[in-house]
Design a protein around this ligand. Structure first.
Ligand code: MN3
Length: 214
């Protein structure tokens, strides 16, 4: 079956004032929808049509050469945004605070403290030139890593396609394309990054961490 735009798990205004309703409406309904439609168009008629998007982006080098670029951008965009909506939640209703349990412990063990982790993640997000994503990922060894990727590249993509390889699992991502923040923040990407922490769904990120480690 072709990919479909997943519904938002909250209303378009639920993340205000940190992410405004108009941005969410356009970002989800237009930008993400376009990635879904273009990914479907690129994959149509190939053996890869209907395969789970993570499986497709993990194996880009095995796709027909002429569709690799379109699939990298658009299946990547579909995978990235599908994760993004899941790891956000309204402030005080699942969003904000800090990670607890195994994830909280792993963040402390890896980065020294939650604040040091936030600084490293914010730096990855702020220093990504142009468009891209900042990530907290689990490596095949079960270790946490923070880095950014360009455009719609996903950590699961092969290295020659901008990723780290199929064994890497993103559990937290921040979209730093201008379409994600420009209406509310204009050129102030650091303000958007600061606001992001108020709407991170740490419970969901913790579940993704457990799944990635399993
Ligand atoms: Mn986006």
């Amino acid at each position: 079956m072709a990919y479909e735009l997943p519904p938002l798990p909250y209303s378009v205004d639920a993340l205000e004032p940190h992410i405004d309703a108009k941005t969410m409406e356009i970002h989800h309904g237009k930008h993400h929808k376009a990635y879904v439609d273009k990914a479907n168009a690129a994959l149509e008629g190939t053996d890869w049509a209907g395969k789970p998007v993570e499986q497709v982006i993990s194996a880009l080098e095995r796709l027909p050469h002429e569709i690799q670029g379109a699939v990298r951008n658009n299946a990547g965009g579909h995978a990235n945004h599908s994760l993004f909506w899941q790891i956000l939640a309204p402030e005080g209703k699942g969003g904000g605070g800090r990670p607890e349990g195994a994830l909280g412990d792993a963040i402390k063990a890896t980065f020294g403290s939650f604040d040091e982790f936030k600084e490293k993640f914010a730096d990855a997000a702020a220093s990504r030139f142009g468009s891209g994503w900042a990530w907290l990922c689990v490596s095949p060894e079960g270790k946490l890593h923070v880095y950014s990727t360009a455009n719609q590249d996903n950590p699961k993509m092969p290295e020659e396609f901008g990723g780290k390889g199929p064994g890497h699992t993103p559990i937290l991502g921040l979209d730093v394309w201008e379409h994600a923040y420009y209406l509310n923040y204009q050129n102030r990407r650091p303000d958007y990054i600061n606001a992001f922490w108020n709407v991170v769904n740490w419970k969901k990120v913790g579940e993704l961490f457990s799944e990635a480690k399993a």
